[in-house]
Design a protein around this ligand. Structure first.
Ligand code: GLN
Length: 292
Protein backbone atom coordinates (compact mmCIF):
# COMPACT_ATOMS: atom_id res chain seq x y z
CA UNK A 1 0.00 0.00 0.00
CA UNK A 2 1.39 3.39 -0.99
CA UNK A 3 1.22 6.02 1.76
CA UNK A 4 -0.72 9.15 0.87
CA UNK A 5 0.79 12.61 1.35
CA UNK A 6 -0.12 14.46 4.54
CA UNK A 7 -1.29 18.10 4.23
CA UNK A 8 1.49 19.21 6.59
CA UNK A 9 4.07 17.86 4.12
CA UNK A 10 2.68 20.18 1.46
CA UNK A 11 1.77 23.31 3.44
CA UNK A 12 4.35 26.09 3.26
CA UNK A 13 6.40 24.60 0.44
CA UNK A 14 6.86 26.12 -3.01
CA UNK A 15 4.39 25.09 -5.76
CA UNK A 16 7.16 23.56 -7.85
CA UNK A 17 8.28 21.38 -4.93
CA UNK A 18 4.69 20.38 -4.20
CA UNK A 19 4.25 19.27 -7.80
CA UNK A 20 7.38 17.16 -7.50
CA UNK A 21 6.17 15.51 -4.28
CA UNK A 22 2.75 14.77 -5.72
CA UNK A 23 4.33 13.45 -8.90
CA UNK A 24 6.51 11.04 -6.91
CA UNK A 25 3.53 9.88 -4.87
CA UNK A 26 1.41 9.31 -8.00
CA UNK A 27 4.25 7.48 -9.68
CA UNK A 28 4.64 5.20 -6.66
CA UNK A 29 0.91 4.45 -6.91
CA UNK A 30 1.36 3.39 -10.53
CA UNK A 31 -0.43 6.34 -12.15
CA UNK A 32 0.49 6.89 -15.77
CA UNK A 33 1.35 10.52 -16.69
CA UNK A 34 2.18 11.38 -13.08
CA UNK A 35 3.91 14.64 -14.05
CA UNK A 36 0.93 15.94 -16.00
CA UNK A 37 -1.54 14.85 -13.34
CA UNK A 38 0.46 16.41 -10.49
CA UNK A 39 0.38 19.79 -12.21
CA UNK A 40 -3.32 19.45 -12.95
CA UNK A 41 -4.09 18.54 -9.33
CA UNK A 42 -2.29 21.66 -8.15
CA UNK A 43 -4.27 23.68 -10.66
CA UNK A 44 -7.51 22.28 -9.21
CA UNK A 45 -6.39 22.79 -5.59
CA UNK A 46 -5.19 26.36 -6.15
CA UNK A 47 -7.85 27.34 -8.68
CA UNK A 48 -5.34 28.70 -11.17
CA UNK A 49 -2.56 27.82 -13.55
CA UNK A 50 0.37 26.46 -11.49
CA UNK A 51 2.73 28.64 -13.56
CA UNK A 52 1.07 31.67 -11.96
CA UNK A 53 1.64 30.38 -8.42
CA UNK A 54 4.73 31.75 -6.71
CA UNK A 55 3.94 31.76 -2.99
CA UNK A 56 4.31 28.75 -0.74
CA UNK A 57 1.15 26.63 -0.48
CA UNK A 58 -1.36 27.76 2.13
CA UNK A 59 -2.76 25.23 4.56
CA UNK A 60 -6.16 25.04 2.74
CA UNK A 61 -4.39 24.57 -0.61
CA UNK A 62 -2.22 21.86 0.93
CA UNK A 63 -5.23 20.07 2.40
CA UNK A 64 -7.06 20.18 -0.88
CA UNK A 65 -4.04 18.97 -2.84
CA UNK A 66 -3.36 16.13 -0.39
CA UNK A 67 -6.97 14.96 -0.71
CA UNK A 68 -6.89 15.13 -4.52
CA UNK A 69 -3.57 13.28 -4.61
CA UNK A 70 -4.96 10.57 -2.30
CA UNK A 71 -7.91 10.05 -4.64
CA UNK A 72 -5.74 10.02 -7.73
CA UNK A 73 -3.47 7.47 -6.00
CA UNK A 74 -6.59 5.31 -5.70
CA UNK A 75 -6.78 5.75 -9.47
CA UNK A 76 -9.90 7.91 -9.52
CA UNK A 77 -9.78 9.35 -13.07
CA UNK A 78 -8.24 12.81 -13.30
CA UNK A 79 -11.33 13.85 -15.26
CA UNK A 80 -13.55 13.16 -12.24
CA UNK A 81 -11.27 15.14 -9.95
CA UNK A 82 -11.20 18.05 -12.39
CA UNK A 83 -15.01 17.94 -12.75
CA UNK A 84 -14.74 18.95 -16.40
CA UNK A 85 -12.81 17.86 -19.46
CA UNK A 86 -12.13 19.22 -22.93
CA UNK A 87 -13.27 17.42 -26.04
CA UNK A 88 -12.90 18.93 -29.52
CA UNK A 89 -12.06 22.23 -27.85
CA UNK A 90 -15.34 22.27 -25.90
CA UNK A 91 -15.56 21.79 -22.13
CA UNK A 92 -17.84 19.11 -20.68
CA UNK A 93 -18.91 18.54 -17.09
CA UNK A 94 -17.91 15.08 -15.94
CA UNK A 95 -17.85 13.10 -12.70
CA UNK A 96 -18.63 9.75 -11.09
CA UNK A 97 -21.51 8.04 -12.87
CA UNK A 98 -20.69 9.06 -16.43
CA UNK A 99 -18.08 7.89 -18.96
CA UNK A 100 -15.22 10.37 -19.34
CA UNK A 101 -14.91 12.02 -22.75
CA UNK A 102 -11.79 10.59 -24.42
CA UNK A 103 -9.53 12.05 -27.06
CA UNK A 104 -9.89 8.71 -28.92
CA UNK A 105 -13.53 9.60 -29.60
CA UNK A 106 -12.81 12.89 -31.36
CA UNK A 107 -12.35 11.16 -34.72
CA UNK A 108 -15.81 9.59 -34.32
CA UNK A 109 -17.38 13.03 -33.98
CA UNK A 110 -15.25 14.44 -36.81
CA UNK A 111 -16.39 11.63 -39.12
CA UNK A 112 -20.03 12.44 -38.42
CA UNK A 113 -19.43 16.17 -38.97
CA UNK A 114 -17.81 15.47 -42.35
CA UNK A 115 -20.66 13.18 -43.43
CA UNK A 116 -23.24 15.83 -42.49
CA UNK A 117 -21.32 18.49 -44.37
CA UNK A 118 -21.12 16.25 -47.44
CA UNK A 119 -24.81 15.43 -47.20
CA UNK A 120 -25.62 19.14 -47.27
CA UNK A 121 -29.12 18.68 -45.86
CA UNK A 122 -30.21 22.12 -44.56
CA UNK A 123 -31.42 21.08 -41.07
CA UNK A 124 -30.26 17.52 -40.48
CA UNK A 125 -31.71 15.56 -37.60
CA UNK A 126 -29.13 13.73 -35.53
CA UNK A 127 -29.37 11.20 -32.69
CA UNK A 128 -26.56 10.48 -30.25
CA UNK A 129 -27.39 7.11 -28.70
CA UNK A 130 -25.85 6.17 -25.30
CA UNK A 131 -24.75 9.79 -25.09
CA UNK A 132 -23.14 9.95 -21.61
CA UNK A 133 -21.77 13.49 -21.21
CA UNK A 134 -23.13 14.28 -24.68
CA UNK A 135 -19.70 15.09 -26.07
CA UNK A 136 -20.43 13.51 -29.48
CA UNK A 137 -23.86 15.06 -30.06
CA UNK A 138 -22.90 18.44 -28.61
CA UNK A 139 -19.68 18.38 -30.66
CA UNK A 140 -21.74 17.81 -33.81
CA UNK A 141 -24.09 20.66 -32.98
CA UNK A 142 -21.17 23.00 -32.37
CA UNK A 143 -19.62 22.33 -35.78
CA UNK A 144 -22.89 21.87 -37.67
CA UNK A 145 -25.06 24.53 -36.00
CA UNK A 146 -28.03 23.87 -38.29
CA UNK A 147 -28.31 20.28 -36.98
CA UNK A 148 -31.13 19.37 -34.66
CA UNK A 149 -29.51 16.98 -32.18
CA UNK A 150 -31.04 14.70 -29.55
CA UNK A 151 -28.76 12.96 -27.03
CA UNK A 152 -30.30 9.80 -25.59
CA UNK A 153 -29.15 8.44 -22.22
CA UNK A 154 -30.66 5.86 -19.89
CA UNK A 155 -28.60 6.24 -16.72
CA UNK A 156 -30.08 8.80 -14.30
CA UNK A 157 -26.58 9.69 -13.04
CA UNK A 158 -25.19 10.21 -16.53
CA UNK A 159 -28.29 12.18 -17.47
CA UNK A 160 -27.48 14.83 -14.86
CA UNK A 161 -24.16 15.55 -16.57
CA UNK A 162 -25.82 15.41 -19.97
CA UNK A 163 -28.48 17.92 -18.93
CA UNK A 164 -25.84 20.28 -17.57
CA UNK A 165 -23.78 19.94 -20.74
CA UNK A 166 -26.61 20.51 -23.23
CA UNK A 167 -27.64 23.68 -21.39
CA UNK A 168 -27.46 26.60 -23.79
CA UNK A 169 -26.30 24.48 -26.74
CA UNK A 170 -29.67 23.88 -28.41
CA UNK A 171 -29.17 20.12 -28.06
CA UNK A 172 -31.97 18.08 -26.51
CA UNK A 173 -31.32 15.56 -23.74
CA UNK A 174 -33.69 12.59 -23.71
CA UNK A 175 -33.96 10.02 -20.91
CA UNK A 176 -34.55 6.72 -22.67
CA UNK A 177 -33.28 3.19 -23.17
CA UNK A 178 -31.70 2.96 -26.61
CA UNK A 179 -32.86 -0.66 -26.87
CA UNK A 180 -36.49 0.58 -26.76
CA UNK A 181 -36.36 4.21 -27.92
CA UNK A 182 -36.47 3.34 -31.64
CA UNK A 183 -40.14 2.39 -31.17
CA UNK A 184 -40.95 6.07 -30.55
CA UNK A 185 -39.34 7.27 -33.79
CA UNK A 186 -40.78 7.71 -37.26
CA UNK A 187 -39.19 5.77 -40.13
CA UNK A 188 -36.71 7.82 -42.16
CA UNK A 189 -36.89 10.71 -39.71
CA UNK A 190 -33.16 11.02 -38.96
CA UNK A 191 -30.17 11.92 -41.16
CA UNK A 192 -27.42 10.59 -38.91
CA UNK A 193 -27.03 8.41 -35.84
CA UNK A 194 -23.85 8.54 -33.82
CA UNK A 195 -23.13 6.20 -30.94
CA UNK A 196 -20.33 5.28 -28.59
CA UNK A 197 -22.17 2.36 -27.01
CA UNK A 198 -20.85 0.11 -24.23
CA UNK A 199 -18.49 -2.22 -26.08
CA UNK A 200 -16.18 -4.03 -23.68
CA UNK A 201 -16.34 -7.83 -23.66
CA UNK A 202 -17.08 -9.94 -20.59
CA UNK A 203 -13.36 -10.75 -20.31
CA UNK A 204 -12.38 -7.07 -20.62
CA UNK A 205 -14.88 -6.16 -17.88
CA UNK A 206 -12.97 -8.54 -15.60
CA UNK A 207 -9.64 -6.83 -16.30
CA UNK A 208 -10.39 -3.10 -16.39
CA UNK A 209 -7.71 -0.44 -16.10
CA UNK A 210 -7.86 0.91 -12.53
CA UNK A 211 -9.23 4.25 -13.81
CA UNK A 212 -11.87 2.60 -16.00
CA UNK A 213 -13.01 0.52 -13.01
CA UNK A 214 -14.22 3.82 -11.47
CA UNK A 215 -16.42 4.50 -14.50
CA UNK A 216 -19.98 3.16 -14.70
CA UNK A 217 -20.14 -0.49 -15.84
CA UNK A 218 -23.33 0.39 -17.67
CA UNK A 219 -21.33 2.60 -20.05
CA UNK A 220 -18.75 -0.11 -20.70
CA UNK A 221 -20.37 -3.54 -20.65
CA UNK A 222 -21.27 -4.64 -24.17
CA UNK A 223 -22.25 -8.21 -23.25
CA UNK A 224 -20.18 -11.37 -23.54
CA UNK A 225 -18.62 -10.54 -26.91
CA UNK A 226 -18.95 -6.76 -26.49
CA UNK A 227 -21.18 -6.46 -29.55
CA UNK A 228 -24.71 -6.43 -28.07
CA UNK A 229 -25.36 -2.73 -28.72
CA UNK A 230 -23.99 -2.80 -32.27
CA UNK A 231 -26.38 -5.63 -33.13
CA UNK A 232 -29.36 -3.88 -31.56
CA UNK A 233 -28.66 -0.42 -32.98
CA UNK A 234 -27.78 -1.65 -36.48
CA UNK A 235 -31.01 -3.67 -36.57
CA UNK A 236 -33.55 -1.40 -34.88
CA UNK A 237 -32.42 1.98 -36.13
CA UNK A 238 -31.84 1.17 -39.81
CA UNK A 239 -35.33 2.18 -40.87
CA UNK A 240 -35.25 5.27 -38.66
CA UNK A 241 -32.46 6.68 -40.84
CA UNK A 242 -33.49 8.26 -44.13
CA UNK A 243 -32.13 6.90 -47.42
CA UNK A 244 -28.63 8.31 -47.89
CA UNK A 245 -28.27 8.90 -44.12
CA UNK A 246 -25.50 7.51 -41.95
CA UNK A 247 -24.78 5.42 -38.88
CA UNK A 248 -21.49 6.27 -37.13
CA UNK A 249 -20.17 3.98 -34.39
CA UNK A 250 -17.24 4.26 -32.06
CA UNK A 251 -15.71 0.79 -31.77
CA UNK A 252 -13.12 -0.95 -29.63
CA UNK A 253 -9.81 -1.38 -31.43
CA UNK A 254 -10.37 -5.12 -32.09
CA UNK A 255 -13.98 -4.82 -33.29
CA UNK A 256 -13.64 -3.41 -36.80
CA UNK A 257 -14.34 -6.59 -38.76
CA UNK A 258 -17.19 -7.71 -36.48
CA UNK A 259 -18.98 -4.36 -36.44
CA UNK A 260 -18.58 -3.92 -40.21
CA UNK A 261 -20.11 -7.37 -40.66
CA UNK A 262 -22.99 -6.56 -38.31
CA UNK A 263 -23.73 -3.43 -40.34
CA UNK A 264 -23.69 -5.35 -43.63
CA UNK A 265 -25.89 -8.13 -42.23
CA UNK A 266 -28.43 -5.53 -41.23
CA UNK A 267 -28.64 -4.00 -44.69
CA UNK A 268 -26.32 -1.02 -44.28
CA UNK A 269 -24.13 -0.10 -47.26
CA UNK A 270 -20.88 1.76 -47.91
CA UNK A 271 -19.55 0.21 -44.71
CA UNK A 272 -16.23 1.86 -43.84
CA UNK A 273 -13.77 2.21 -40.97
CA UNK A 274 -11.33 4.79 -39.64
CA UNK A 275 -8.52 4.85 -37.13
CA UNK A 276 -8.10 7.29 -34.24
CA UNK A 277 -5.06 9.54 -33.85
CA UNK A 278 -3.35 6.82 -31.82
CA UNK A 279 -3.50 4.54 -34.88
CA UNK A 280 -6.20 2.20 -33.48
CA UNK A 281 -9.33 1.23 -35.36
CA UNK A 282 -11.96 3.50 -33.80
CA UNK A 283 -14.84 4.25 -36.18
CA UNK A 284 -17.17 2.13 -38.28
CA UNK A 285 -19.70 4.01 -40.36
CA UNK A 286 -22.28 2.91 -42.87
CA UNK A 287 -24.97 4.34 -45.08
CA UNK A 288 -28.67 3.57 -45.23
CA UNK A 289 -29.39 2.15 -48.66
CA UNK A 290 -30.38 4.99 -50.98
CA UNK A 291 -33.27 3.44 -52.87
CA UNK A 292 -35.41 0.60 -51.65
N1 GLN B 1 -13.08 3.32 -24.67
C1 GLN B 1 -13.50 2.77 -23.42
C2 GLN B 1 -12.41 1.89 -22.86
O1 GLN B 1 -11.72 1.25 -23.59
C3 GLN B 1 -14.78 1.98 -23.56
C4 GLN B 1 -15.90 2.87 -23.89
C5 GLN B 1 -17.12 2.11 -24.29
O2 GLN B 1 -17.36 0.95 -23.92
N2 GLN B 1 -17.92 2.75 -25.04
O3 GLN B 1 -12.23 1.86 -21.67
Amino acid sequence: MVTPLAPQQLAGILPRQAVRMVQDALQAAGCPDADYDARELLRIAAGKDPRLLFDPLTRPQAECLAELAAQRMQRVPLQYLAGEWDFLGLTFKVGPGVLCPRADSEVVCETAIELLQQMGKPEPRVLDLCAGTGCLGIGIRHFVPSASVTCVEKSPQALQYLQANVHGTGVQAKAADVLQYWRELMPQSVQLIISNPPYLTGAEMQALMPETAHEPAMALDGGTDGLDFYRAIAAHYRDIVCPGGWLVFEIGCAQRADVMEICRQNGWQQVQARKDYGGNDRVVYAQRVKYI
